[in-house]
Design a protein around this ligand. Structure first.
Ligand SMILES: Cc1cc2nc3c(=O)[nH]c(=O)nc-3n(C[C@H](O)[C@H](O)[C@H](O)COP(=O)(O)OP(=O)(O)OC[C@H]3O[C@@H](n4cnc5c(N)ncnc54)[C@H](O)[C@@H]3O)c2cc1C
Length: 508
C-alpha cells in the first residue's frame, strides 16, 4: 500500500506549536475524518493514529502516519471534499478548524511555509492519482471544452480528460464524484465543486473584482494588511496574463514565466493570507446608495456589502464583425489566448495572428516555437509602433513568421473548420486557426454611473490615488484610463491601491 511521500514535514517543535491551535480527539479504525462530498473539512495532525487517503470507493492514494498532517489546497479554497480520510490504526489526532488554521498561518510564518508548500506539492502529486474524482469528456477542439479545461487547469483542480468518440449535444460533460453534469460550463462545475460564492461568517472589508494580475495583487496586499478580503472573477484566475505562455518582461524571471504559473503562485499566496477566492463568479453591478457601504451585486442576484471595492476587470479583445466569426469561434478555430494548450497542435500547419501589440507578438512567437507557420497581420505599417522592440526584433528574424503590414481581415473561409483567411492588400492566407488580439475594450459594463474616459476606460482622478468618481470604489490595471497595459504595472497598481483603501476607511 502506498505511503505518503512525506515531502514537507513539520519538526516536532512545529508540530506541537501547531497542535496548540486545535483539540485532541481519540479516533478508531473505520472512522472517516472527512468524506468525499463533505462541504468542507478541518486540518488534522496525527499524533498516534494512522489514516488512509482514499479515492472512493476503495482506491488508497496514500497512507499517513503519526507526525503527518492531512490536507491540501482545498482546505483553503473551500472546495467540496473529493477524497476520504479513513482511520486505519486507532490513536489520537488534533483537529484544527478553518478559522484557527488561518490564524495559525498568519501567526506562525515558518509553519505556514511548510503547510503551503506541502498543500501545493500534494495538489500536484495527487492531480493524476485523484483525477478520477473529476472527469471531463468532450471534443478537444470545441470552444466549450476548451473553456472547461482552461478553468480546471487555472484552479489546479485534479481531473482527467477523455476525448469523446462521437458527436453529442450534451458535451462537454463532467463527472464529479460519480454524478454526471451535462453541457458543463465553468459555472455549473464550480457549483458542483462548491467553489461559487458562499457568504462567510465575517463582515467583508474589501471586495476585489477581477483576479488578473492587478486583482490578485490587490487581494494579497489587502488581506496581508488585515482587511477581510473577497476576490471574485467571472472566469478563473490570471486574467489576460494567464493567456500568455511566456512573459519575459516581468521583474525577477530572466527566463520568462508562464502567466498561468505566476497566477497560480499568486492564488496560493492570496489563500495563505486568508483571501476568499470565488470563480467563476461574475459581478453584475454595484449598489452605491449608501456612500460608506458599497454593495457588490453578483449576476445571480447575491449581494455582498463591504467597505471598499477595487475594480480590476481589465480589458478584453474585440471580436471582428466578419461573417462566420461565431461559427469558427465555436469550433475552436478562433482563439483569444496563447497558452501552452492553445498553441500546441499546429506543427507544420499555417495559422494567422492578428494584432500589433505585445499579446499578438507573444502569440506569434509561441506558435512558431511550437512548429507552426505564422502569418502576423497588423493594421499599421511599423511593427515596433505598439510592440516592445525585443519581441518585434525576434519576430522579424524568425524564419517561420511572415509579417503583413497594412492588413485588414476581410473574410474567413472553410466549412466546419477554418481553412483560409482573406486579408485586404495581401494574398489569401491558408490558415487552420486565427489568433485574435485586436483592440482591447475595457470590461466596465458593471460599473454603470462611474465616470469613464471617452474610450470607456475608468477614470481615477480623485485626490486619493486610484479612487474613481464613486467614493470607496477604486480602479486598477488595464481597466484604468491611462494605465500602461502590462503585467508589472497592473501588479503595482493593485498593491498600491490598498493604501488608498486604508486612507478611505480610516474614518470608519
Ligand atoms: C496573450 C497575451 C500576452 C501578453 N503578454 C504580456 C507580456 O508579455 N508582458 C506584459 O507585461 N503584458 C502582457 N500582456 C498584457 C497583460 O496580460 C495585461 O496588461 C494584464 O493582464 C492586465 O491585468 P489586469 O489584472 O488589469 O486585467 P486582466 O488581466 O484583464 O484581468 C481582468 C480579470 O477580470 C475578470 N472580470 C472581468 N469582468 C468581470 C466581472 N464582471 N466580474 C468578475 N470578474 C470579471 C476577468 O475574467 C479577468 O480575469 C499580455 C496579454 C495577452 C492577452
Amino acid at each position: 500500500m502506498p505511503q505518503a511521500e512525506r515531502g514537507q514535514v513539520l519538526t516536532e517543535e512545529q508540530f506541537l506549536r501547531l497542535a496548540a491551535y486545535g483539540e485532541a480527539e481519540q479516533v478508531e479504525p473505520g472512522w472517516n475524518l472527512y468524506s468525499t462530498g463533505d462541504d468542507s473539512y478541518d486540518l488534522f495532525l496525527l499524533l498516534t493514529a494512522e489514516v488512509d487517503i482514499v479515492l472512493e470507493p476503495d482506491h488508497v492514494i496514500y497512507r499517513t502516519l503519526p507526525g503527518d498532517f492531512l490536507g491540501e489546497l482545498s482546505l483553503l479554497t473551500g472546495q467540496h471534499v473529493y477524497l476520504t480520510a479513513r482511520v486505519v490504526a486507532a490513536g489520537t489526532v488534533v483537529r484544527i478548524d478553518a478559522e484557527r488554521l488561518r490564524r495559525a498561518l498568519a501567526e506562525q510564518v515558518d509553519i505556514a511555509d511548510v503547510l503551503l508548500t506541502a498543500f501545493r506539492d500534494r495538489r500536484e502529486a495527487i492531480r493524476s492519482a485523484a483525477g478520477g474524482a473529476l472527469e471531463i469528456i468532450g471534443h478537444p477542439d470545441s470552444a466549450a471544452t476548451l473553456a472547461l479545461r482552461t478553468y480546471v487547469e487555472q484552479l489546479l483542480l485534479p481531473h482527467t480528460f477523455r476525448e469523446a468518440d462521437s458527436a453529442d449535444d450534451d458535451l462537454p460533460a463532467a463527472i464529479v464524484n460519480g454524478s454526471s453534469l451535462r453541457r458543463a460550463t465553468p459555472g455549473t462545475l464550480a457549483e458542483a465543486l462548491g467553489l461559487t460564492y458562499r457568504p462567510g461568517d465575517r463582515p467583508v472589508d474589501l471586495v476585489v473584482v477581477g483576479a488578473g494580475p492587478a486583482g490578485l495583487a490587490a487581494a494579497v496586499s489587502g488581506a496581508s494588511e488585515g482587511l477581510v478580503t473577497v476576490l471574485l472573477d467571472r472566469s478563473g484566475i490570471g486574467g489576460q496574463a494567464a493567456k500568455s505562455a511566456r512573459i519575459e518582461n516581468y521583474l525577477g524571471f530572466p527566463e520568462g514565466v508562464s502567466g498561468l504559473h505566476l497566477a497560480r503562485l499568486a492564488m496560493v499566496q492570496a489563500l495563505k493570507f486568508g483571501v476568499r477566492i470565488h470563480a467563476p463568479c461574475a459581478v453584475a453591478s454595484l449598489d452605491l446608495s449608501d456612500e460608506r457601504r458599497p454593495v457588490v451585486v453578483l449576476e445571480n442576484g447575491e449581494r455582498i456589502p463591504c467597505r471598499a471595492v477595487i475594480a480590476a476587470t481589465g480589458a478584453q479583445y474585440r471580436r471582428l464583425d466578419i461573417p462566420g466569426w461565431a461559427r469558427f469561434e465555436k469550433s475552436g478555430c478562433i482563439r483569444y489566448a496563447a497558452t501552452e494548450s492553445d498553441v500546441r497542435g499546429y506543427e507544420n500547419h499555417p495559422v494567422t495572428v492578428v494584432g500589433g501589440a505585445n499579446s499578438a507578438g507573444q502569440a506569434a512567437l509561441s506558435l512558431a516555437a511550437n512548429g507552426a507557420h505564422v502569418d502576423l497581420v497588423i493594421r499599421g505599417h511599423d511593427l515596433k509602433l505598439r510592440m516592445s522592440s525585443y519581441l518585434a526584433d525576434r519576430i522579424l528574424a524568425h524564419p517561420r513568421i511572415r509579417v503583413h503590414t497594412g492588413g485588414t481581415i476581410l473574410e474567413l473561409a472553410g466549412d466546419d473548420v477554418l481553412t483560409s483567411i482573406v486579408v485586404e492588400s495581401s494574398e489569401r492566407l491558408p490558415s487552420r486557426a486565427l489568433f485574435c488580439f485586436v483592440g482591447a475594450d475595457p470590461v466596465s459594463g458593471w460599473l454603470a454611473g462611474v465616470a469613464t474616459a471617452d474610450d470607456g476606460f475608468i477614470r481615477t482622478e480623485s485626490s486619493l490615488p486610484f479612487q474613481t468618481s464613486a467614493p470607496r470604489v477604486f480602479a486598477v490595471g488595464d481597466l484604468r484610463s491611462g494605465s500602461t497595459k502590462r503585467v508589472a504595472t497592473a501588479v503595482g497598481e493593485g498593491a498600491s491601491a490598498v493604501s488608498s483603501v486604508h486612507t478611505a476607511l480610516a474614518g470608519d
